[in-house]
Design a protein around this ligand. Sequence first.
Ligand code: GTP
Ligand code: MN
Ligand code: MN
Length: 374
Amino acid sequence: EKPGLELTVVSVPSYACQRHTPLLHHNTILTDALSILAENAELSENEGRGVAFRRAAALLKSLPQEVRGAEQLRGLPCLGEHSLRVIKEVLEDGVSHEVETTTHSEQFKAMKALTGIFGVGAKTADRWFREGIHTPSNLQRSGHTLNRAQRAGVCYYDELNLPVTKPEAVAIGQIVERAVHAVLPGAEMTLIGGFRRGKQTGHDVDFLITHPDEGREEGLMPKVVSWLEAQGFLLYQKTTGNSYLESKEGPARPASNMDRFERCFSIFRLSTDNEGREIQTGREIQTGEGPRSWRAVRVDLVVSPYSQFAFALLGWTGSKLFERELRRWAIHEKAMTLSSHALYDRKRYLRASSEEEIFAHLGLEYIPPCDRNA
Ligand code: GTP
Ligand code: MN
Ligand code: MN
């Protein structure tokens, strides 16, 4: 044993929801490599493999120190044979052959470019790739009929792939807040998703809306959307209604992981100068017609009844892996069912008005949003 190589970790719990995972950690070189393999597995619709790489990466993100040698990993959970092999390679050679091959592969590059179009998933992208379409411009020339989301996705491709900054998220929050208060005074709005976990940039901005008087939130989304549309803030929107059936025993148990809140997937038109009342974001967007004073930003809005707010907040704060681990913990360790609507202990609905209470019901230490970056 080389001295000084032992990590000062006694034991690391195996579920990501049992650990603190900060945004900034000590093993970025390793987690970047594993994330590429995870992404490639997801794009190839190999979900199981993707999750295995994501779990391994999340474990490394939670370690208090930089890993310098594979011997330090002995006894740690979540590291499968394949992930360990990749980690060893990166530790020894600085790069992993498999990661290099992946990032340079035509298929990976094309799949990333095509799924980078809003409204395009792995299945569609794969079908196009097999037809020889590798880029958004190939797609435009192909004459394929695109749906409304995909047309918007192609139209704003570059901007939607430009990270959204914190000031931009704040500026959009002010607009959404104005809309929400205009159509329903007393309604409350919370920033969720990556920005709530402390990220400084994101691929979109996510908001959760509710009202303390249960029932007042019903039908809220179409009103908010109409207000935003009338003011010219929306370049695209698709609203889906609340399809959640409630009974006296509490919200219906989830049929799947999909939740059924009223929600809106949108593309915002955000001013980037001081003309509007929005915060100056100091960015100029270059288009074919020259610079312009606004940019397109993906925004997700979710409306939840007040009694389900804590579950919605927990379910939409992420990260995606942290959420998955929470549900896995609930089922396998507690025989409970957790969704963004409710927590059930077999048939019994467990109430909660805060995230802290949900962690307590689950027998978990409370993990604050900034430590859910698994
Ligand atoms: P960036 O947007 O890339 O910065 O990261 P993010 O963590 O904000 O990701 P995203 O906006 O995709 O999702 C935010 C959270 O909402 C994640 O925890 C997701 O699990 C959750 N989420 C996204 N879509 C759905 C959905 O359809 N149903 C449910 N229940 N949760 C969702
Ligand atoms: Mn997000
Ligand atoms: Mn989102």
